[in-house]
Design a protein around this ligand. Structure first.
Ligand SMILES: Cc1cc2nc3c(=O)[nH]c(=O)nc-3n(C[C@H](O)[C@H](O)[C@H](O)COP(=O)(O)OP(=O)(O)OC[C@H]3O[C@@H](n4cnc5c(N)ncnc54)[C@H](O)[C@@H]3O)c2cc1C
Length: 419
């Protein structure tokens, strides 16, 4: 089949690879001039099934109320009239019951674990270099009560195959010696030993080269303006003055997916959650992290990428605003100075924003919608790097009419709760 993919982020590139491996003729369109140069270049780098918790949880509604009242919460919503956000938020709140939260977490976990395995197989097969680390990820808690709550929650993941080890504060530097110099006081940590880190941009560049060897054509710098449909199927993509026709179409445009879906008659339940990321050079190797982590107080997350460290934070529901100013990064730098004093050269820092493509419930949208030749692979939220390879494989199986290795129903775009 000839397949046109919209989006060359880590999800689009992984989809192209899976489809090309099955012998399809694949064309990938991206408005940017390089692969994985949008949100896939803004991740914290965690490959973290151990971080699969659904954001829609019983504690989320109170956090949203506090955020709207001006508190500095990890998820921030500025009160304003935004109909898509209101619609998305209503669904999000419906997903905050204990049972929905549990089931959404388990759906994310299953896909994340599957994806991590496939990512490792692909990386070995294609000899990809992406600053992979496999010392696990540290989830650090400064407060005894928060740690106790997290340990309780972690049982759900431990019951489903994760190795979640609880560490005392003195055991933390045994996992990452850099934290011995930390100025922050920790009550303890959870160490998911099977998590890891890596750079999705580097991974995607390598995988795109493998794709090209398999015959995939990347049309970079070419924005898809519209998806033309006749109501039953997609007729073509409008790319500037051209019309692109294929047998099947994959929408993998990250947070922009709902904008393109809308003109083909779909209201895709995906809303952007803006995050901030910086990458700085290491100036003192002994003090810089070697293991990925999250400081659960500030929700700053980090990974080591060779001689640099990537750090990211914040989830703001402010639509498609990508603006940034130095004050947006103050919290990350303050956390960096506290956690890893004198480790990084802030003068070398590169600053970015990214838009996480969030579904209200959490699991991404993978498979066919109401049109017979339009497939979705989008809505991966805060764990799209982790889930990219598994989502791509599931999509490919669905395109080929095969049974995916995982039950695809929790990710189906045509479930009523998703429309
Ligand atoms: C601050 C931050 C930290 C994160 N940390 C992690 C982490 O530690 N671990 C993890 O697993 N995930 C993390 N994520 C989430 C992860 O980055 C995303 O889920 C993932 O990058 C989504 O990939 P994607 O390919 O769907 O989207 P994108 O990378 O956004 O790619 C979509 C592509 O579609 C293209 N596009 C859009 N519209 C059009 C159009 N009309 N025509 C042509 N092309 C178009 C864009 O140019 C873009 O290249 C983080 C995200 C953020 C913002």
């Amino acid at each position: 089949m000839k397949i046109a993919i919209i989006g060359a982020g880590v999800v689009g590139v992984a989809s192209a690879y899976s489809l090309a491996q099955r012998g399809h003729e694949v064309h990938v369109y991206d408005r940017r001039s390089g692969v994985a140069s949008d949100t896939s270049s803004s991740t914290a780098g965690l490959i973290a099934p151990g971080h699969s918790y659904a954001w829609a949880s019983p504690s989320a509604p109170l956090m949203l109320v506090r955020s709207m009242a001006g508190a500095q919460t990890s998820i921030r919503v500025v009160p304003r009239v935004d109909i898509p956000l209101l619609r998305w938020g209503t669904r999000f709140l419906r997903e905050c019951t204990p049972s929905r939260s549990r089931s959404n977490t388990l759906s994310k976990l299953a896909l994340a674990k599957y994806s991590q395995q496939l990512m490792e197989q692909i990386a070995v097969r294609e000899e990809l270099q992406y600053w992979k680390t496999d010392g696990g990820v540290l989830y650090l808690y400064r407060d005894e009560k928060e740690l106790g709550k997290a340990v309780g929650n972690s049982r759900l993941l431990a019951d489903h195959g994760r190795v979640q080890e609880v560490l005392s504060s003195s055991e933390i530097p045994l996992v990452d010696p850099a934290l011995a110099s930390s100025r922050a006081e920790f009550a303890g940590a959870i160490h998911d030993r099977s998590d890891g880190t890596g750079d999705p941009h580097r991974f995607s560049l390598g995988l795109a080269a493998s794709c090209e060897r398999l015959g995939v054509t990347f049309h970079l710098g070419e924005a898809v303006d519209r998806v033309e449909t006749d109501g039953a199927s997609v007729d073509s993509l409008v790319v500037g003055a051209r019309r692109v026709r294929a047998d099947g179409y994959v929408l993998a445009a990250g947070a922009s997916s709902p904008l393109l879906a809308r003109n083909s008659g779909f209201r895709l339940p995906v809303y952007p959650a803006k995050g901030y990321t910086l990458t700085a050079r290491v100036k003192n190797a002994e003090r810089a992290p070697t293991v990925g982590g999250i400081d659960e107080r500030t929700l700053v997350a980090w990974s080591r990428f060779g001689d640099k460290v990537r750090m990211s934070a914040t989830a703001e529901f402010v639509g498609y605003d990508r603006s940034q100013s130095p004050k947006d990064f103050k919290g990350i730098i303050a956390a960096g100075n506290e956690l890893f004093p004198d480790a990084l050269d802030w003068d070398t820092a590169e600053y970015r924003t990214g838009l996480r493509p969030m579904t209200p419930d959490g699991p991404p949208l993978i498979g066919r919608g109401r049109l017979d030749n339009l497939y979705f692979n989008t809505g991966h939220g805060h764990v799209g790097w982790t889930m990219a390879c598994g989502s791509a494989q599931m999509l490919c199986d669905i395109v080929d009419g095969l049974d995916p290795d995982l039950d695809p129903s929790p990710y189906s775009p045509i479930q009523s709760r998703r429309h």
